[in-house]
Design a protein around this ligand. Structure first.
Ligand code: SF4
Length: 359
């Protein structure tokens, strides 16, 4: 897919773009709601009505029935979830249609269906609950809803696991093995109760005995932004900054999460920074735009990126610019919105609504 902006948007200065955005916002008033994810560029977040994690923003989209035009500055699966949760009179736009999520792409529908078919030999429909991370296509959320499962985000994964185990013996979690593993440990599971389904291998690379014994079957997927953090980074930062607090996102590896002082969703990290006393030293393992924003917002605290290389950038989150936002606000009537067709929408809605209920 090609995507390009007309020259007048590409060549506009930042101040011109901000003026155009302000004018469009004034004109559209309450008909418009701009949602911005924590990983968006600072200048984009500044233009939004709300900033949050994927759970918080999904909730806001579901609650703001008066907003006919929802502009979601995030990635594709987030805009899809917003479209599923909103009513028919509401339309969702993704300002940069190329903004996807490589982790979501690691769980393809056909591969997940193949795994589920295989798991039917172990009584999947009666014994296993599918739980999907928000970072998946609408099709996989629909699969989850069809089989009585639930969607979760990093804010409510423990609740989702509890919900799953209240009803079934095993969980099938996709696509992030690290969030799944970290949540399993948090839930009190033993490593031997957790297995990884490798979709590139026959029978997921597992033998029958492993599947029978497992309580948690994890999809082999990851976020390339979060797996760059290592235990060596934690060791080095502790050596260099005595008293430092290391705070990481649960998409980091279990080894890093186990060494951190705290771990949690992006909203948790934001709260952690806000509540830390002045003078705190905080090394964060997550996407760089959020860390930069925290450092800017709390100059009385030393907040920096854990790996020390300024490389944890989510290129997809970074795609959305003020140029895209200005173009979307001025041309929304001619832009193709994000729409999820039936019956995918209704089935996915079951799993998303369940998430909102258990959180
Ligand atoms: S930070 Fe990772 S999980 Fe989040 S959108 Fe980017 S690639 Fe996907």
């Amino acid at each position: 897919m090609y995507f390009y902006l007309p020259k007048q948007y590409l060549q506009a200065t930042s101040d011109e773009l901000k003026d155009r955005i302000a004018t469009a916002k004034k004109k559209l008033g309450k008909r418009l709601c701009i949602l911005t994810h924590h990983y968006q560029r600072i200048e984009v977040v500044e233009q939004g009505d709300y900033v949050g994690d994927s759970y918080g923003l999904a909730k806001i989209a579901a609650e703001h029935k008066e907003a006919e035009i929802i502009v979601f500055c995030g990635v594709h699966f987030m805009a899809e979830a917003a479209d599923i949760l909103t009513d028919d009179h509401q339309t969702v736009f993704l300002p940069n249609p190329l903004a996807g999520c490589p982790m979501a792409d690691m769980a393809e529908m056909a591969d997940v269906m193949e795994a589920w078919e295989y798991l039917k030999r172990f009584g999947a429909e009666e014994r296993i609950m599918p739980i999907t991370y928000m970072n998946t296509t609408a099709g996989l959320k629909a699969f989850t809803g069809r089989y009585g499962g639930v969607v979760c985000t990093s804010s409510n994964a423990v609740n989702a696991f509890k919900y799953g185990f209240d009803q079934k013996e095993k969980l099938f979690f996709f696509p992030d093995e690290n969030l799944g593993y970290n949540t399993g440990l948090k839930f009190g599971m033993k490593p031997e109760e957790i297995v990884i389904w490798d979709f590139s291998r026959d029978s997921g690379g597992l033998v029958d005995e492993q599947i029978e014994r497992a309580k948690l079957i994890l999809w082999k997927g990851h976020c390339h932004v979060h797996i760059i953090f290592t235990t060596e980074h934690v060791r080095q930062v502790r050596e260099q900054y005595p008293g430092v607090k290391v705070v990481v996102h649960p998409e980091c590896t279990p080894e890093v999460v186990s060494l951190a002082d705290a771990h949690g969703s992006t909203s948790f990290i934001v709260k952690y920074c806000a509540e830390a006393p002045p003078g705190s030293i905080i090394a964060i393992g997550t996407e760089i735009s959020l860390i930069n924003r925290m450092a800017q917002q709390y100059p009385d605290k030393k907040i920096f990126e854990l790996s020390g290389q300024t490389c944890p950038v989510c290129a997809n989150m970074y795609r959305t610019t003020l140029n895209d936002l200005a173009y979307t606000l001025e041309n929304w009537a001619d832009i193709k919105p994000i729409t999820v067709p039936e019956p995918i929408r209704s089935e996915a809605l079951l799993a998303l609504k369940k998430m909102l209920e258990i959180s």
